[in-house]
Design a protein around this ligand. Structure first.
Ligand SMILES: [Zn+2]
Length: 498
């Protein structure tokens, strides 16, 4: 025969958890999790009332769905409801009036002055009957106190105590997906939560004030502590992007990415970049077409799309010498600051070719100057700018603020030069863009930090003198979301470990 849970079972279970007379408790519950309860939801409520007594207070979220216990509770005699468009609660007992008062006058849904904030301040408890941390609304209070970058402002309409329709703008409003479940083991380890079985339900009792402290410590260490790690959870990817963006406010450099390496569709590219906290693009190709092959309407479309989403163009990477002027025009149109020169390969006589390259540079620089756009040479194997000495020679001979370097550490490593240990530091001073590209000396590309290009040392030393240029992600191995995210995550890991 099926066991029937009685009021005494619940009372003794709650007491075992440590709940006692005079306590304030916020209850999240699932009636069915208990199994069959003699007397139904009323029995659970009576057990709660018996344990906390007349001096205690019981609070439950005001039900939006059919959470049976909370639904029955909300319609009980003496229960007071808070007025709120999204996070209303109902309460019964000594502090019920105080807890529910002025909820809609507070600037946030779950922060200071709300029933949740008051529960924390009064040293109350959170009781989870057969539900997990996913239902623990007071975790949003911790997010609110930590002022996490992914919280946002939202507008709601509701009817106030006098029956008047009002509009409220809530600050630091909690977002979509969370990994609150991941906090459970931490609460147990920190001994701020107890678990007991009542009927079939696993019931958790958490000290709200201690919980907030544990959460704030966790979030200080890692603002993404409440987010999931699933790379295909679009919600958490976006929220992580916001954390990364906020992290960058302390930096002088700007992170960027080369468009063709991220995605061929511009809309998808922006989504991927947002997830990495990157808002700046180096344009080379879009829709698998070199930027110079786009028709004016396509270029107009891109400019509007970028502006609408808060993106800007750092510069253009030019593929062909004959298209350099067109690249300068496009850079100007997008408000870009630089154009990377196409490779100037040498065939036989390197000195003669260098001379030719220099001559073409002088005339190009005149055009670039008029448009106030900087030209960049990139060190590349088998070109007139293969080694650091070549780059220094060309930069020195031209000696113009309109010619700088796109520093490619991987290519220096491939040329047998340690980019940090051997390339003269004065060359770093001429860098406008540093590609976050790594490779083995053998030429095999690696994700940043895994090769011989001394990426971490370079990033660190450039941050020491407040490098004002771009750290540009331009994966060499392949293009597309997966490899790009892999390289960007490696870049972020380097930043977070220095
Ligand atoms: Zn998620």
């Amino acid at each position: 025969m099926e066991y029937v849970v009685t009021k005494n079972d619940i009372v003794s279970g709650l007491r075992k958890l440590g709940l006692k007379k005079g306590d304030i408790v916020l209850v999240h519950s699932s009636l069915s999790s208990l199994g069959k309860v003699e007397g139904g939801p009323e029995t659970v409520i009576q057990a709660l009332v018996e344990v906390v007594g007349r001096t205690g207070t019981i609070m439950m979220p005001y039900p939006l769905g059919n959470a049976t216990i909370a639904k029955v509770f909300s319609s009980m005699k003496g229960v007071i409801k808070s007025i709120h468009p999204t996070h209303s609660v109902s309460a019964l007992g000594a502090k019920a009036e105080y807890l529910t008062r002025d909820h809609d006058k507070m600037p946030t849904a779950c922060g200071k002055g709300t029933p949740f904030g008051k529960l924390v301040d009064l040293g109350g408890y959170i009781l989870l009957i057969g539900v997990d941390q996913d239902r623990n609304t007071t975790l949003h209070t911790a997010e609110d106190y930590a002022d996490l970058p992914y919280l946002s402002e939202k507008e709601f309409k509701y009817v106030d105590a006098n029956g008047i329709e009002k509009t409220i703008v809530l600050k630091r409003f909690p977002g979509p997906h969370r990994n609150f479940i991941g906090m459970d083991r931490i609460f147990l380890a920190k001994k701020i939560m107890k678990i007991e079985r009542i009927g079939n339900a696993m019931v958790r009792l958490i000290d709200a004030k201690k919980m907030i402290k544990v959460c704030l410590d966790e979030l200080k260490n890692n603002p993404a502590a409440f987010l999931c790690e699933n790379p295909n959870c679009a919600d958490c990817v976006m929220q992580r992007g916001k954390i990364k963006e906020a992290r960058l406010k302390k930096e002088c450099f700007t992170p960027s990415a080369t468009s063709s390496r991220v995605a061929s569709e511009p809309e998808e590219m922006l989504k991927i970049l947002q997830g990495q906290g990157i808002k700046t693009i180096e344009l080379d190709a879009i829709w698998d077409k070199p930027i110079t092959k786009l028709v004016p309407s396509e270029i107009e479309y891109l400019k509007e799309l970028f502006a609408k989403n808060g993106f800007s163009v750092a510069g253009i990477s030019c593929k062909e010498n004959c298209e350099l002027e067109k690249c300068l025009d496009i850079a100007g149109f997008f408000g870009g600051k630089y154009v990377v020169l196409p490779p100037f390969a040498f065939l036989q006589d390197i000195q003669k070719q260098k001379q030719q390259f220099l001559e073409s540079l002088f005339s190009m620089i005149e055009i670039a100057k008029k448009k106030n756009i900087v030209l960049l040479i990139e060190n590349r194997p088998d070109t007139v700018c293969a080694r650091s000495s070549d780059c220094l020679e060309i930069l020195g001979k031209v000696n113009s603020p309109y010619l700088k370097l796109a520093f490619n550490p991987a290519n220096f490593a491939i040329a047998g030069e340690k980019p940090f240990g051997k390339v003269p530091p004065k060359l770093r001073r001429r860098a406008f863009v540093v590609y976050i590209n790594d490779a083995l000396f053998s030429g095999k590309p690696q994700i940043p930090g895994y090769g011989n290009a001394e990426i971490k040392e370079l990033i660190s030393i450039l941050r020491c003198w407040c490098f004002p240029g771009y750290f540009c992600l331009k994966p060499e191995t392949a293009a597309g979301k997966e490899i790009f995210n892999c390289e960007a995550n490696a870049f972020w890991h380097l930043l977070e470990t220095m």
